[in-house]
Design a protein around this ligand. Structure first.
Ligand SMILES: Cc1cc2nc3c(=O)[nH]c(=O)nc-3n(C[C@H](O)[C@H](O)[C@H](O)COP(=O)(O)OP(=O)(O)OC[C@H]3O[C@@H](n4cnc5c(N)ncnc54)[C@H](O)[C@@H]3O)c2cc1C
Length: 390
């Protein structure tokens, strides 16, 4: 690794790092990816739910090597158990093994020429306008550019971007469970009065197995078991993992001494769900493209900034939507779900909604009058509930 002549060094072989590497290598750059773990994709800490449209945008072909299940809708459950079912009647998303997804992406990046070295933890990044470098415990390497794709850790980002201190991380516990007894073609979201920061979910892998998650700022473990007992007392837990999801706004870290950041470390995730593979991946593709254009043709900075601004505008709107949703008292979910069913919001969302572009969906609801209808119907329903009228 020493005295290397790489165009680009990417730190972290998660999806953000690998999409960056695949793109830059595909455009002719000499790319090195350094991953601290001994194997790409491990340990697996993800529900692996991705929209089909998102995967298409990422240029990720569907493969039985990582697709576990195909889903066509979602069931939202209110604190009292009232359901709002969104059934698109066609495949909209896939449930994947994140380990196999990352491995498949690593193969694609390697086929384009990227060199991926595992078991190599980067302990320092030194920005420089000529030749930024990275340090591992026993070696160092320099390149023309470095991309930090370290994910949640932020250890390196703190060295490069002084004051890097995102506040949107939410602890989460996810378990693989057996015997869930739910329809595998749907994912399930549970809103509970004791889960004030987020929702709980079940993402089926097949008829038997599923990924069950609970996120909460405090007492995550206690709340996880409370939810489990309440809704899935019959399941057997096969494994559990503790991690965090990012639910804050994008961080817009500027290029510093030829070092850029992509993925979770840059807050490139959907604040409403913590899902970061599609948006982090889109930012990574832009970043890989920019690095290659800049290094090979000396151009592309302005176009990169403008494309990233567009993605950030989406992420910021999604974050604003999350702030709005977090202000809704859990008890009103009953009212809203009933009203949503009454006005046919399920059918409308099935044709107009988008699993990733939540903010666009919300603004389409506003402009089509659907949001106003929902508001009026919810108020009517709240009055009926208060008076005990069925
Ligand atoms: C329980 C859970 C469920 C989730 N479910 C979904 C979902 O269904 N859909 C979705 O889109 N998103 C989901 N997410 C979020 C998603 O996992 C992240 O947004 C995504 O993994 C971010 O990708 P990344 O490449 O930025 O970071 P990561 O995937 O975290 O990858 C970072 C990589 O960098 C490596 N690394 C870190 N530091 C160093 C270092 N110093 N040197 C070398 N290597 C280093 C790490 O080992 C890791 O491999 C979920 C997250 C959790 C925790």
């Amino acid at each position: 690794m020493e005295n290397s002549d790489y165009d680009l060094i990417v730190v972290g072989a998660g999806p953000a790092g690998l999409f960056t590497a695949r793109e830059a290598a595909g455009m002719g750059c000499k790319v090195l990816v350094l991953e601290e773990h001994g194997e790409v994709g491990k340990p697996e800490r993800c529900a692996g739910l991705f929209s089909l449209s998102g995967l298409r945008m990422l240029g990720m072909p569907l493969s039985p090597s990582y697709v576990q299940n195909v889903v066509r809708g979602a069931v939202f459950s209110s604190p009292s158990g009232r359901e709002f079912v969104l059934d698109t009647k066609k495949p909209v998303a896939v449930v994947t093994s994140r380990e196999m997804f990352d491995k498949s992406l690593a193969r694609q990046a390697a086929l384009k020429g990227a060199e991926i070295v595992t078991g190599e933890k980067v302990v320092g990044i030194v920005p420089s306008e000529r030749s930024p470098s990275v340090r591992t415990s026993n070696s160092s390497a320099s390149a023309k550019m470095v991309v930090d794709a370290e994910g949640r850790s932020g250890f390196l980002a703190r060295q490069v971007w002084k004051g890097w201190r995102p506040r949107g991380w939410l602890p989460i516990i996810q378990a693989v469970v057996e015997n869930h007894r739910m329809d595998r073609e749907f994912v399930y979201l549970y809103f509970k009065d004791y889960l004030k920061d987020f929702f709980a979910y079940l993402v089926p892998i097949d008829d038997e197995l599923g990924k069950l998650g609970v996120a909460a700022r405090k007492d995550t473990r206690k709340l996880f078991f409370r939810f489990l007992q309440e809704e899935f007392g019959h399941v057997r837990i096969l494994s559990t993992t503790s991690a965090s999801i990012y639910t804050g706004p994008p961080l817009e870290l500027r290029q510093t001494g030829r070092v850029l950041a992509v993925g979770d470390v840059a807050g490139q995730a959907k604040a409403t769900t913590g899902g970061g593979v599609v948006y982090g991946g889109l930012c990574a593709l832009e970043t890989g493209r920019y690095v290659a254009n800049f290094l090979l043709n000396g151009a592309g900075a302005r176009e990169y900034r403008s494309r990233m601004r567009r993605i950030y505008a989406q992420l910021k709107s999604i974050h604003r939507l999350r702030v709005l949703i977090s202000r809704i008292q859990p008890k009103f979910y009953d009212t809203i779900f009933k009203a949503a069913g009454d006005i046919g919001l399920d059918a409308w969302l099935s044709s107009e909604g988008d699993m990733d572009r939540h903010a666009d969906t919300a603004s389409a609801m506003l402009s089509s009058g659907m949001a106003l209808k929902l508001l009026m119907r919810s108020i009517l329903q709240a009055v009926k509930d208060a008076l005990g009228i069925p």
